[in-house]
Design a protein around this ligand. Structure first.
Ligand SMILES: [Fe+2]
Length: 182
């Protein structure tokens, strides 16, 4: 009954469309669980990236950014647990291996640690906006399947990701011109 997460891929990659079609053809709450699993994987990726930057940021804003990244990755960790437990409440298993998380998520990893703190800020802000956009699509699936509890959880996730994107972009001098719409 539970989805095979290793075959469920991200929403926007053409090569993954067949797996998504297969997953969404299953009866509810499997399709909602799939949306939550993709969100969990992407949240895990940005959690790890934020923790990476917390450890490795350098420069004159070190103290401030070290604390900001610390606050954000702790909240992201809590949200990962909340999302995973909602997946379990729906009767599916939560993805919990690096391979499953990598296959499901849509947040790109860094190949190297960014040299500049500004790059870290831009990367995270763009990733938060990307997650907020995808989560909005997932809420539509929840509503379509009459699952307000999952939708409510995801609304809270959008609120956090948009808040973090705003906070991070506020560090940038040209914040108004670099912001991307979604
Ligand atoms: Fe720390």
């Amino acid at each position: 009954m539970n989805p095979n997460y290793s075959t469920i891929k991200t929403p926007d990659a053409p090569k993954k469309s067949e797996a998504i079609k297969k997953a969404t053809a299953l009866k509810p709450p499997i399709d909602v669980a799939k949306e939550l699993a993709v969100t969990l994987a992407s949240t895990y990726a940005i959690y790890l990236k934020t923790q990476n930057y917390h450890w490795n940021v350098t420069g004159p804003l070190f103290g401030t950014l070290h604390r900001v990244f610390d606050e954000q990755y702790h909240e992201l960790a809590e949200s990962i647990d909340t999302i995973a437990e909602r997946i379990r409440a729906l009767g599916a298993f939560a993805p919990a291996t690096f391979k499953q998380l990598e296959d499901l998520g849509y947040i790109d990893e860094d190949h190297d640690i960014p040299a500049a703190a500004e790059s870290m800020i831009q990367n995270l802000a763009a990733d938060h906006e990307k997650i907020a956009k995808h989560v909005l699509d997932s809420i539509a699936v929840c509503n379509n399947k009459n699952d307000p509890a999952s939708a409510d959880l995801l609304v809270k996730r959008i609120r956090s990701h948009e808040k973090y994107a705003w906070m991070l972009r506020s560090f940038l001098k040209n914040e108004l011109t670099t912001r991307t719409s979604h």
